[in-house]
Design a protein around this ligand. Structure first.
Ligand code: IMP
Length: 430
């Protein structure tokens, strides 16, 4: 029996997971998503083309790989259909190699309405949700009122759908939300519902499986499985910067519940981190830069959300957060992305500890959201040269290697590879 390897983002998302999964895919037989939903945006670039995936695992471009949407994932059928249509237009027939858990929950149009209603009710304390219905759909899952992929095939599906929708409408109206004015992609709730219902037909073309049996059988047959995380460690519902988090367990432990595998089946845990740090949406971000350097990182790194197009907040790499991520997830190897964005920087800073109320600490405090946190920065000499054309880790500039070695030393985890451009060919293994 083989072990299941895990790949996760260690910061606040957008570390370049999609790309690294794509590079690693040839080593695996199965790529499985275990949590999150269309709030994710995994960008892959190859042959001069850019592809953004939201719900579908990043192994979909490799015909001979099985892609599994696990029970822990949320599916919004219309977004799913759009993704399938885009793949079809690119000549990719996903019905060949994508299977879907019967236990994955559905995001209803009214979940998306509730997301908007909840955000509106929060006023200035908005989370900055992607408004894809993630929070409300997971709320219904936990409240035991949700609808699952397998339920679509039941006779009373429409009845149960109507019941849940009515409940959402009641709640939204009670919150003072203007249901009539609400739009999704320019459509009223009723109009969107029609498109959503039509989209179920696309979803039904796929093979629905009891995914816990499916995945365990794969492991027993010695198939190599990669669990592909979405969002990231610091957005985890339990250990992230609550309440500015997503509504799922994005951590290694989430693989067990989101796929139905035992903890003892977990093998390598590959953690992805940018060489700097970004965050999209609200919430604490101790190393955030509000100056020109922050704007440079945003512009040079093309830091705009793949799902929402929002500009990302940018700052220096945060080692207390990274060490925390390595601890919670049992990270066995690091993948560092986008150092090339800082090619021109004279100095590259690294936050190695925090100062809170005059006290130095390297722990993530419970009061992360409410106390003033001053990042303690260690400066590193920039490498000030282009990385284009470098094909080996050892050929990287000495100052960059020095910076990467400091990340290894600070986290106690070895770097497996560094990615120096958006293209899949530019991942240099150490
Ligand atoms: P939600 O999951 O859409 O409710 O969003 C909750 C928070 O997580 C917001 O701050 C989002 O910006 C953030 N978020 C959700 N998904 C992603 C992602 O895939 N990358 C980066 N941030 C995300």
């Amino acid at each position: 029996m083989t072990k299941i390897d895990v790949l996760l983002g260690l910061q606040w998302g957008d570390e370049g997971k999609g790309k690294i999964v794509d590079v690693l895919t040839p080593r695996y037989d199965v790529i499985a998503r275990f949590q999150g939903g269309p709030n994710a945006g995994h960008t892959l670039e190859f042959n001069g083309m850019k592809h953004v995936l939201h719900i579908i695992p990043s192994g979909i471009f490799h015909e001979d790989k099985i892609n599994l949407i696990g029970n822990g994932v949320l599916i919004e059928p219309r977004i799913f259909r759009q993704e399938i249509d885009e793949l079809t237009a690119k000549g990719v027939d996903a019905t060949r190699n994508l299977v879907v858990s019967k236990k994955a929950h559905l995001i209803l149009p009214s979940h998306r309405m509730m997301d908007a209603a909840n955000e509106q009710a929060k006023g200035n304390a908005k989370i900055g949700s992607t408004l894809k219905g993630i929070g409300p759909a997971y709320t219904d899952k936990i409240a035991r009122t949700g609808l699952r992929v397998g339920d679509m095939l039941a006779e009373d599906f429409i009845e149960r759908y109507g019941q849940l929708k009515r409940q959402h409408l009641l709640m939204a109206r009670a919150m003072g939300f203007d249901v009539e004015q609400f739009r999704i992609d320019g459509m009223t709730l009723g109009e969107y519902e029609q498109v959503w219902m039509e989209s179920l037909a696309t979803l039904k073309r796929f093979r629905f499986v009891n995914s816990e049996y499916f995945i365990n059988r794969c492991l027993q047959e010695d198939k190599k499985v990669l669990a592909e995380g979405a969002q990231a460690m610091m957005l985890d519902i339990d250990f992230g910067t609550y309440p500015f988090v997503t509504s799922s367990n994005t951590i290694t432990a989430g693989v067990c519940t989101g796929l139905g595998v035992a903890p003892s089946t977990i093998g390598k845990v590959m953690g992805i981190t940018k060489a700097y740090c970004t965050r999209v949406g609200a919430g604490p971000f101790p190393t955030e830069l509000f100056d020109e350097t922050g704007s440079r990182l945003c512009e040079l790194g093309h830091e705009y959300g793949a799902t929402t197009g929002r500009p990302r907040r940018c700052g220096w790499i945060d080692l207390p957060a990274l060490r925390y991520a390595c601890m919670i997830n049992g990270v066995t190897e690091l993948y560092v992305t986008k150092p090339d964005v800082m090619n021109d920087f004279e100095t590259v800073n690294m936050c190695t500890a925090y100062e809170i109320e005059g006290q130095k600490t390297d722990e993530i405090p419970f009061e992360y959201n409410t106390v003033e946190i001053a990042p303690l920065l260690t400066p590193y000499k920039g490498w000030q040269q282009s990385l284009a054309g470098i094909t080996e880790y050892n050929a990287l500039p000495a100052n960059l290697k020095n910076y990467l070695a400091a990340i290894e030393e600070q986290t106690g985890v070895r770097i497996a590879a560094v990615s120096i451009s958006p293209d899949r060919k530019d991942v240099l293994f150490k």
